[in-house]
Design a binder for this molecule. Structure first.
Ligand code: OSB
Ligand code: MG
Length: 371
């Protein structure tokens, strides 16, 4: 397969509501869309999940643009790509880090490859599920009552799992009050690295509330302290920020740093690495779920495809487009019914990027042609 042209676009979408985590508040979402075109005039699409500021990880929209423009796109335009797995295994292998940028480039080629096979991206990846179960991620609010209102709204919608963002001071009391109102809902907490081992008493207090898991309580780059914490907590630890590769997963399993893993395609450098992590976790009985990065519909479509693999046994963060956006950039939008999304069986990502809407939200674009 020969890629003839790649188009980068910087889009900005307003969030319907601000989203607050322990590291900051997002009011809108700037992101890069990658469109890869082949000789047959087919386009593959993906989005970079890097944010404007390096608060979740070290990547940013600008570092991703730079990596794509100056390194990744030239490699893709220069080489004949027989299979998308070759991108991470051969072509991007010598480039360190920059996982979100790599994942965006690779993802566009995966979509294109699946479209050329006339197969869905889900089935091309080895996905078997026809529908997936999803939950919601609820940001830090100004009161416990508004958190309870949001839970109720999502519960009525049928979402299968409720993830509450926590930070020191917005944790034990919050979870206790939510549990009092909802003794049985599948509930979990995500700290986005807001704690240290010094906070062991506060974290142990969460053991009383039957949480499905606590996500990334300790440092974004740690797997050692997490292993100690896990040995002292009843609640399973799920790693998010600390996992970038199959090697990271192997080491985390070996150390006992977690019992569950959240896969984000961007954070692990793409779909090929995500598949490998999936397969290793099957061998070690580590359940998976697919995380989210406030994606537009294009990123959501990729998340749905990877979640169709069998070991994504826990509901993920891929909620409906309408929870985040007044208008999404794909047709149809991602819809959730009774907490489930039907995995599309159309070719590629299975949702049509709307050029009209994409153009409406594009701030800047650049086109790269084969030389
Ligand atoms: O830690 O999972 C996270 C959003 C931005 C950055 C990090 C995270 C999140 C979320 C939102 O929790 C997940 C979503 O897209 O619904
Ligand atoms: Mg997280």
């Amino acid at each position: 397969m020969k890629i003839k042209q790649v188009i980068l676009r910087h889009l900005k979408l307003d969030l319907l509501e601000p989203f607050t985590t322990s590291f900051g508040t997002e009011y809108d979402r700037d992101f890069i869309l990658v469109e890869a075109k082949s000789d047959a005039g087919i386009s593959g699409w993906a989005e970079s999940v890097a944010m404007v500021d390096p608060l979740y990880n070290e990547e940013t929209l600008k570092t991703n643009w730079h990596m794509l423009k100056d390194y990744l796109i030239p490699i893709i335009l220069k080489n004949e790509i027989l299979h998308p797995d070759d991108i991470s295994e051969k072509y991007f292998k010598h480039i360190r880090g920059n996982y979100m940028a790599k994942a965006a480039m690779e993802g566009a080629v995966w979509d294109l490859y699946a479209k050329k096979q006339n197969a869905s991206l889900a089935s091309t990846l080895g996905g078997t599920k026809k529908k997936i179960e999803v939950g919601v991620s609820i940001g830090i609010k100004d009161s416990i009552d508004s958190t309870l209102d949001m839970i109720e709204a999502c519960r009525v919608e049928g979402y299968k799992r409720f993830k509450l963002k926590i930070k020191p001071g917005w944790d034990v009391e919050l979870i206790e009050k939510v549990r009092n109102v909802y003794p049985d809902i599948p509930l979990m907490a995500d700290a986005n690295s807001a704690y240290t081992l010094q906070d062991i008493d506060r974290l142990s207090a969460l053991d009383d509330f039957n949480l499905m898991m606590i996500e990334q309580p300790l440092a974004y780059n740690d797997i050692i302290d997490h292993a100690e914490l896990q040995s002292r907590l009843k609640t399973p630890i799920c790693l998010d920020e600390s996992i970038h590769s199959l090697e990271d997963v192997r080491k985390a399993i070996k150390l006992g740093s977690c019992q569950i893993i959240n896969i984000k395609i961007g954070r692990v450098g793409g779909l090929t690495e995500a598949k490998k992590i999936h397969d290793l976790c099957v061998k070690h009985d580590i359940p998976l779920w697919c995380g989210g990065m406030l994606e537009s519909g294009i990123g959501r479509a990729h998340n749905i495809a990877i979640t169709s693999l069998p070991n994504f046994t826990l509901p993920g963060d891929t909620a409906a487009s309408s929870l985040y956006w007044a208008e999404d950039i794909i047709d149809p939008e991602v819809t959730v019914e009774k907490g489930t999304i039907l995995v599309p069986d159309l070719p590629g990502i299975g949702y049509k990027p709307s050029l009209e809407k994409i153009n409406k939200y594009t701030i800047h674009s650049q086109t790269f042609n084969i030389s």
